[in-house]
Design a protein around this ligand. Sequence first.
Ligand code: NAP
Length: 332
Amino acid sequence: MGQNMQVCLSKDPVGIPVVDDFEIKTSPIPDAADDQVLCRTLYLSLDPYMRGQIAGRHLSGSVAPGDLMRGETISEVVNDGSGFVAGQLIRCMGGWQSYSLQDPTMIAPVSSEISPSSFALSVLGMTGLTAYAGMVWQAEVGKGDNVFIPSVTGAVGSVAAQICMTRGARVVGMAGGPEKCLGALESIGVDACIDRFEENLTEKLEEYFPDGIDVYFDLVGGTLLSDVCQRLANYGRIVLCGLMAEYNRKEREPGPSPGLLIGKRAQVSGLVVYDYEARRDEFIDSLLPLILNKTITQQEDVTFGLSNAPEAFCRLMRGENYGKVIVDLTQE
Ligand SMILES: NC(=O)c1ccc[n+]([C@@H]2O[C@H](COP(=O)([O-])OP(=O)(O)OC[C@H]3O[C@@H](n4cnc5c(N)ncnc54)[C@H](OP(=O)(O)O)[C@@H]3O)[C@@H](O)[C@H]2O)c1
């Protein structure tokens, strides 16, 4: 009988997670009941929100020591039944394991137009939807907007930057280190990219935004938000989306002064991607043609093998990923 490998949390990480915070368990592949679908995991998405689940402060719930790590997967249906056929590709919350039992009402077929199918976790999946919802539906980025996007080579940031450029905006990014900055300029095509480790942020924001920042997509939190607000244009829009600079810490940054935001007539909105689930098809219809004709590309940061998922997640939380972090289990 085959085995199901599972990656569980072994203990609460202190600060940035390390591989020892996780443990690998094996058990027999489970049998599906009549109202369940047995699925084999092909691709697992690793995302920063998982650090929030471990810390017990995420909207989607928590993961405690001993629990299986949760996560979205592209999986293959193993047996016919419940309206699904063996071999069919589906998207589900399979978790960090090689096989999962799914409720058929909670899984979604992956269209054959989405190729590679891992794109249903990245540019045409949750992170792409986040980018689209933030830049198109919330900030309504348009021609002539000057947009600032940190983590610009990351999963959400890279897609957000490309979406803004297709809408006629000018994008300046920020990334960690010269290699990522070069990639942002050459592969993503941003106007300029600030190296967050090497360059003076205030000076660079002044240089690149002489007329102010019209749209800021906040994927980072920390002190950056206050710095950016100093450079915001009148009527600037800020979409608050992520806290990469704060997930590994217990403390929170106080944030910018309300007086500053009032003076700028700023429009600040919080983004929760789950709110846009009902519009997922609309987003895919809009983005798919741009992906098929290569106007928008997605760099994936792929790790092979489920046993290497903990290190891939630790790299993500250290900020060392380039593109959407995916674990490929297809060879197992
Ligand atoms: N609100 C929502 O519904 C929603 C949905 C999806 C994602 N998000 C959030 O959006 C953000 C981006 O997510 P993603 O999946 O696209 O991740 P990602 O950008 O692919 O990876 C995270 C990146 O954050 C950057 N970073 C900046 N400051 C950092 C710090 N102090 N420590 C570590 N890394 C730092 C790193 O890039 P550089 O080194 O290049 O700066 C790192 O590569 C996250 O905060 C995530 O939680 C929110």
